[in-house]
Design a protein around this ligand. Structure first.
Ligand SMILES: [Zn+2]
Length: 325
């Protein structure tokens, strides 16, 4: 079975909303530890996704405020690795991922999506690193202390990082925290590409040549990301896959087309996986982590060699983890 690394899921948030105590076994989700292991997952990036400031009022009393919410998701994450230490363990670098894999365990890598809780404070950034956060999506779809999100408005899209965002890139390079440009404005992307001394990633972003959503990456951006030694994870969300933004289905064929375009544009070293499981809706052909082998079989049918499939599935992400952490 092909071993893979998934750079993004929102399973912690989904489990928290369900009131679950761990993410070992969940109902009505795309992923849980049991199914990840069954599907061949070697390491799963578990994001602490910060609910949109538009949703927070809708969450009502359930939402305890950002700090308490982060604590809640972190507790879920810790409970999972503590209570199921026979099959899953936290990892903060490649050596730990290798050791866990050799012991037959899934590696759980903590990440954060939307840096708004950093509140412009290097101390807070360092605190999250101390908890084990090893990748940070600088923004989600709103302005924060780092910069601005992707936008259909040309001027908004051109906005770059804020002064704190620029300083934070330098600090993240020093600390060993991967810069994630998924959701960021194009202007912010180019600031990251210029400023970072280490490879950076788009944990869950597709190609704008095949999908006009401003969340997707232009060919020029894909080449710049690849030039820096980074990689991008194919996102399974229906609205990020084809020219039709209203589509509600996501097929394996569409995922393969995205990966083919990544490889054609940025080379075989830049393509990776970032499912966005439990953060997306629609009819997904791969709607559960245990079905991931279907993607690798499809890549083989599309003409990728075993070595190329290994790179897409995990080697490219592993190279970035080695370089940055
Ligand atoms: Zn996202």
């Amino acid at each position: 079975m092909v071993k893979y690394i998934d750079m993004h899921c929102d399973t912690l948030m989904t489990a928290w909303r369900k009131g679950a105590k761990t993410v070992y076994e969940l109902e009505g989700t795309h992923a849980d530890v049991k199914r990840l292991l069954k599907g061949g997952c070697k390491a799963q990036f578990f994001a602490i996704f910060m609910p949109s400031i538009d949703w927070v009022p809708k969450l009502g009393d359930q939402y305890p405020g950002d700090d308490k919410y982060i604590e809640g998701l972190y507790e879920l994450f810790c409970n999972t690795v503590n209570q199921h230490s026979d099959c899953v363990a936290q990892a903060v670098n490649m050596a730990e991922i290798e050791a866990n894999d050799a012991a037959g365990k899934l590696s759980a890598v903590l990440t954060m999506e939307d840096g708004r809780a950093v509140l412009g404070s290097m101390e807070r950034l360092e605190k999250y690193h101390g908890m084990g956060v090893r990748a940070l999506s600088l923004t989600w779809n709103h302005e924060n202390c780092f910069g601005f999100p992707n936008s259909r408005d040309k001027d908004a899209m051109a906005k770059g990082l804020k002064p704190f965002g620029k300083d934070a890139i330098v600090r993240m390079n020093e600390l060993g925290m991967i810069v994630d440009v998924s959701h960021l404005s194009d202007g912010g992307f180019w600031d990251v590409a210029e400023l970072t001394k280490k490879p950076f990633v788009a944990t869950h972003s597709n190609c704008r040549a095949l999908n006009p959503h401003p969340r997707s990456m232009t060919d020029e951006m894909i080449r710049a990301l690849a030039d820096k030694g980074g990689c991008m994870g194919v996102n399974f969300a229906p609205s990020f896959l084809t020219m039709d933004l209203e589509r509600n289905d996501s097929t394996i064929e569409m995922l393969v087309a995205q990966i083919q375009h990544m490889v054609k544009t940025g080379g075989i070293e830049c393509a990776a996986v970032g499912t966005d499981f439990d953060g997306i809706g629609g009819e997904l052909e791969i709607n559960s982590a245990d079905k991931m082998p279907l993607l690798f079989t499809a890549l083989e049918k599309a003409g990728f060699t075993g070595n190329e499939i290994e790179k897409i599935a995990c080697r490219n992400v592993e190279r970035v983890l080695r370089d940055v952490l």
